[in-house]
Structure formats: C-alpha cells, structure tokens
Design a protein around this ligand. Structure first.
Ligand code: ADP
Length: 208
C-alpha cells in the first residue's frame, strides 16, 4: 500500500504517520524529516536547504523530488508525508502508482495554536505539544531522552509564511488529486488521534 499524506502545517501528519507505521508496518518517508536531516549534517546541500526552511519557504522541487524518490525506490509499502507539495512534484511521481491520498483538513486558527506549542526532539524528530501531548518528563523526549526544542520554523512569523506558501503551492495539489479521484478528506480539527481513527477506516475500506 502506497499512501500520500497531505495537510497544512501542523495538521498532524507526523502523528498520523507514526500510528500508520505501527499498525500497518509501513515505511515512513517524510520530506520535512529528510530535509532536516540534511540540514543537520551541514553538507553544502544542507546549508542551502536550511535557508528555505527557516524562512518558511518550500525547498526547490529538484532537491526534494530526488531525495524522496530515492527513499521510495523499490519499496511497496509506505507513506509519503508532506510530499508532493507542488504540482511539479506531483507530476514527478506519477510512476510510483500511489493507491490513496489522504488529506488532513484543519482550519488555520487551530493549527496556529498547535504549532505554537509544538516541541520536537532533534534526534529522532519525535513531536510533542506543551498542552495537548506533553512528554512524561517536562522538556525531555520520552524515547531519546534528549532536550525538546521549538523548531525555528514554528515561530509565529515563519508559520504565517508557511501558510501563505501552502495556499499558493499545495492547495492546487489537493485539487489535482481530487480530480483524479484519489483524494479522501479527513476532518483533523479535533485531535490527530481522532483523525487517525478515521484514517484507519478509510484504509480498511480501500484495501479490504
Ligand atoms: P509541516 O508539514 O508542519 O510544514 P514538515 O516537516 O513537513 O512540516 O516541513 C517543514 C519544512 O520542510 C517546510 O516548511 C518546507 O520548507 C520543507 N519541506 C517539507 N516538505 C517539502 C516538499 N515536499 N517540498 C519542498 N519543501 C518541503
């Protein structure tokens, strides 16, 4: 099963992906995570990518498409999280034969609150929320025992820019998959956990 998971920043793609990995043994291919790893390695490419992410802009298509395709190569069961985010990226992967596109739909005001409280561990990219999903020990990752930090791109002015870019570049991708009748929309406003229940239903329905 090959699934694309789309949604605005902070819609819960990471949390939903984690559950899908546990329940269906899927490989999680997160464009954002791969890009952040490249930044951490401080390669020439990583330094270039960092400039885009920190401003809330999309990383140019050719950088992202290549590394994501490499991650998916030869695999049959995976979730593509946060990819494609532009029509050009969507056209790059028509040969992957994706089964299903799930869209996590959340109003902007709700995700802005979520992002403000989001904290992540730098090591494994585990995500928490100060109020909605706190770690067992304050400020420390449950899994890696490392310090939790706020992503630079979760700061309010960068979040604003991410939404602007989202509406301009990614909304057309949603419409693209809708036209192809591949899109299923989930109301992800309540919590990512509740959204996940509905994701499961759709998956059971599609792959029975
Ligand atoms: P979110 O979905 O909350 O924005 P991600 O971790 O998916 O978080 O993405 C973080 C950042 O990584 C994006 O703001 C963007 O700069 C970059 N990025 C992620 N996926 C893509 C993509 N498919 N194309 C271009 N840039 C991307």
């Amino acid at each position: 099963m090959k699934i694309i998971l789309l949604g605005p920043p902070g819609s819960g793609k990471g949390t939903v992906s984690e559950r899908l990995v546990q329940d269906y043994n899927l490989i999680h291919i997160s464009a954002g995570e791969i890009l952040r790893e490249e930044v951490q390695k401080q390669t020439t490419l990583g330094k270039e990518i960092k400039k885009y992410i920190e401003k809330g802009n999309l990383v140019p298509d050719q950088f992202v498409a290549e590394i994501v395709k490499l991650g998916a190569k030869g695999k049959k069961n995976y979730i593509l999280d946060g990819f494609p985010r532009t029509i050009a990226q969507a056209k790059e992967i028509t040969d992957l034969n994706i089964d299903l596109v799930i869209y996590l739909d959340v109003p902007e005001q709700i995700v802005i609150k979520r992002l403000a409280g989001r904290r992540t561990c730098k090591k494994g990219d585990h995500t928490y929320h100060l109020t909605y999903l706190p770690p067992k020990k304050r400020g420390i990752c449950d899994y890696d025992k490392t310090k939790l930090l706020q992503r630079k791109d979760d700061q309010p002015d960068v979040v604003k820019e991410r939404f602007r870019v989202y509406h301009e570049k990614t909304q057309p991708v949603i419409d693209y998959y809708k036209k192809k009748r591949m899109l299923r929309i989930i109301d992800a406003a309540p919590t990512p956990e509740k959204a996940y229940k509905n994701v499961r239903k759709i998956i059971e329905d599609t792959f029975k």
